[in-house]
Unconditional design. Structure first.
Length: 675
């Protein structure tokens, strides 16, 4: 089946704008990730507090050195004071080193949790959600935006807590030391608070624009990398250079906009702090001249003042980070807040599936010579069962309350039942639309008996792909009912439902791994004997054996190292290994040589044997023996029957059969429209 969906393509937006959220909401939701690591967070903050306590000793020791040692020329006290200063410095660095070590581990654990949860959430979202977003934008959200959220979570927790403690502690010391100078030191405070508010309001929208620009650039980059052959074939390198340069320039302008605000805010805050220090030195200098204050006391006070203004500056930096993280968090939580696929599914549906139906596996694998020790299809090895149980336990890492962590396993990872459908499929008055003005399917009714082949023909945009996409709940019907073996698919868990269905797409998609890994995707616990049997049935064992590394040969991104026919046969082997009772097949439209087409057709015949098959046909020659042929147009079934019956009716299908030779069905429909 083609991954391109004509009804959604127009709405695809590589820079999908995230919903605006408050800083408090972002902080509240990301704070959930601190809960499992309370001890590590406490250890980090504890080390920072001890380090701060050592820093508080510097001004007092300096004041003592100036007034009691240097002022009174007491050489005997010089060495002890210097040793005390050195000891305080060493202790501070020891605590800093411990803090950094614990903080790094803390940081990596949290970012792993967030990234896993974002990815797990993506696995639970419906296909239609992905149709409206660019892959590059999602990559930016999972990597860059998660990094930004994590940084403010960790740094905000540790640095923010320590900065506030430092400000409060220093303020107490300042007022205890000299209330007059402490009051003078607070003169710039209104400017500092006002500046922070101005920056918060001004910077956020600029950071949002910057994030959007970064996503747009990444989306274009990924699109171009995937379409590099088309770019070269059409000689569009210069055109794409210009497009990328425009996106990169948009990001540059967005970044400069952010930096412009920071370039005003940062020096203004530093100037306000310097003003406070200057006022303290002015007033304090007068007190020293009048003898109301010693030089050591003034120097010590100024040192404490630096411990007051320095964390304020750190909070300004955290504010900058927070505005960036707020924009990033909005984009990350857009993923968490998206409605998961098939929300009508009952969480416990898997446990309430029908009783097992006595069913003989019709796997085409069994029709090919297979080693005697190969285990029956669908029977996991004991060690495989253990791995599956462990994998499920590993995925179930949290609860779904408020969808704050999205830490549960995706629906597809729910425990599977032993139920195997016989393959009966019924559509009752099924409809599907993207709104009142975008109706795709209308009143679709059909009944497929176990093992039957249902062929779908029609022009491009008739709704064939949408019809079959509703069966595994890639999209959810907006009207009517779909049932498997009399069971409404909405009452089945997605795991149970999709275990009953195999899909062979028009453009065979292979992951960037080995041939073995791609075939085993059909059933991860299959033995080597079953793997080879499936490959043999799919007519691909021979060419795989000729590869230098055999089944361990890497296929490249999207299977680029294999031919179109080879990729198609590997995808058929994958479906054979899954051995599902229902098959969805979108015939490949790409031209292949006669020999390859014959091998593919043989493999497909083995795959369809004994399975209820829904075939989106592109050549009439492949569906002459179909049990039912459904002719679709404008989202409706306008004719149905067997090949001979439809020819006898002399309707649209008959006209199509008369004009089709080597052309695809869609092209023949176009000719009919023209005539």
């Amino acid at each position: 089946m083609s991954s391109h969906h004509p009804h959604l393509a127009a709405s695809t937006d590589p820079t999908f704008v995230a919903k605006a959220r408050t800083t408090g909401e972002i902080l509240r939701r990301i704070a959930v990730y601190l809960r499992p690591y309370k001890l590590m967070a406490a250890a980090t903050i504890g080390c920072a507090i001890f380090s701060l306590a050592c820093a508080f000793a510097y001004p007092k020791l300096t004041q003592f050195a100036i007034d009691e040692v240097i002022g009174k020329r007491d050489a005997a006290k010089l060495a002890p004071v210097m040793l005390a200063l050195l000891g305080a410095f060493l202790l501070r660095e020891v605590f800093n080193s411990l803090r950094v070590r614990v903080n790094n581990e803390f940081e990596q654990k949290v970012i792993l949790d967030i990234r896993r949860d974002v990815y797990a959430r993506l696995q639970r979202l419906p296909v239609g959600w992905f149709d409206q977003r660019a892959s590059g934008d999602l990559m930016t959200r999972v990597i860059d935006d998660v990094n930004s959220v994590e940084r403010v979570l960790i740094d905000g927790t540790e640095q923010g807590t320590v900065a506030l403690l430092s400000i409060v502690g220093t303020l107490v010391i300042l007022f205890c030391t000299n209330p007059l100078l402490a009051a003078v030191a607070l003169v710039p405070l209104p400017f500092l608070i006002g500046g922070a508010l101005w920056y918060t309001l001004t910077a956020h929208r600029r950071y949002r624009a910057q994030r959007q620009a970064a996503s747009a650039m990444n989306a274009l980059l990924m699109d171009n990398l995937q379409g590099i052959r088309q770019i070269k074939a059409f000689g569009r390198e210069a055109h794409e250079d210009a497009r990328f340069a425009q996106r990169a320039n948009d990001l540059r302008l967005g970044t400069l906009s952010v930096m412009r605000v920071w370039s005003i805010y940062s020096p203004a805050m530093a100037l306000a702090s310097a003003l406070g220090t200057g006022l303290v030195l002015w007033v304090g200098g007068g007190l020293v001249i009048r003898g109301a204050l010693t030089v050591g006391e003034l120097v010590g006070f100024v040192f404490y003042l630096s411990l007051f203004y320095e964390p304020i500056g750190r909070l300004h930096g955290l504010n900058q980070m927070m505005q960036s993280a707020r924009a990033a968090g909005e984009r990350v939580f857009d993923i968490f807040d998206a409605t998961e696929e098939n929300p009508g599914v009952k969480p416990g549906a898997a446990a309430s599936a029908p009783a097992p139906v006595p069913q003989t596996s019709h796997s085409a694998v069994s029709q090919v010579s297979e080693p005697a020790d190969a285990r029956p299809s669908g029977t996991p090895r004991p060690d495989a069962r253990a791995r599956q149980s462990a994998a499920r336990a590993d995925l179930e890492i949290g609860d779904t309350a408020g969808l704050e962590t999205c830490a549960t396993a995706p629906a597809s990872a729910a425990p599977l039942t032993a139920w195997r459908a016989s393959g009966e499929v019924v559509y009752e008055n099924v409809g599907f639309s993207y709104g009142p003005e975008r109706v795709v399917l209308k009143n679709i009714s059909l009944h497929a008996r176990p093992g039957e082949m249902i062929a779908l023909v029609g022009p491009t945009g008739a709704g064939k792909s949408t019809l079959v996409n509703l069966l595994p709940a890639f999209y959810v019907a907006t009207a009517g009912r779909i049932a498997i073996d009399g069971r409404d698919t909405r009452e089945l868990s997605l795991a149970t439902l999709r275990t009953q269905i195999s899909v062979v797409s028009q453009e065979a998609f292979l992951f960037n791994g080995t041939v073995r890994e791609n075939i085993l995707y059909g059933r991860l616990d299959a033995t080597d004997a079953e793997l080879i049997a499936a490959a043999t049935a799919a007519n691909c064992h021979e060419f795989i054996s000729r590869l230098p590394e055999g089944y361990d040969a890497r296929v490249g991104e999207r299977g680029v190292k294999l031919s179109v026919g080879e990729k198609q046969r590997v995808s058929i082997a994958r479906a054979l290994l899954k051995d599902a009772p229902i098959l969805i097949l979108d015939e490949a439209t790409a031209s292949v040589d006669t020999q390859t087409e014959r091998l593919i057709q043989q493999a497909l015949e083995r795959l369809m044997t004994g399975r209820t098959s829904f075939v989106i046909a592109h050549r009439l020659s492949t569906i002459r023996n179909a049990d039912q042929i459904l002719v679709m147009r404008h989202g409706e079934i306008i004719e149905r029957g067997r090949h001979d019956e439809l020819l006898a009716r002399d309707g649209l299908y008959a006209k199509l059969a008369r004009i089709q030779n080597t052309t695809f069905i869609e092209e023949s429909f176009a000719k009919l429209v023209e005539t």
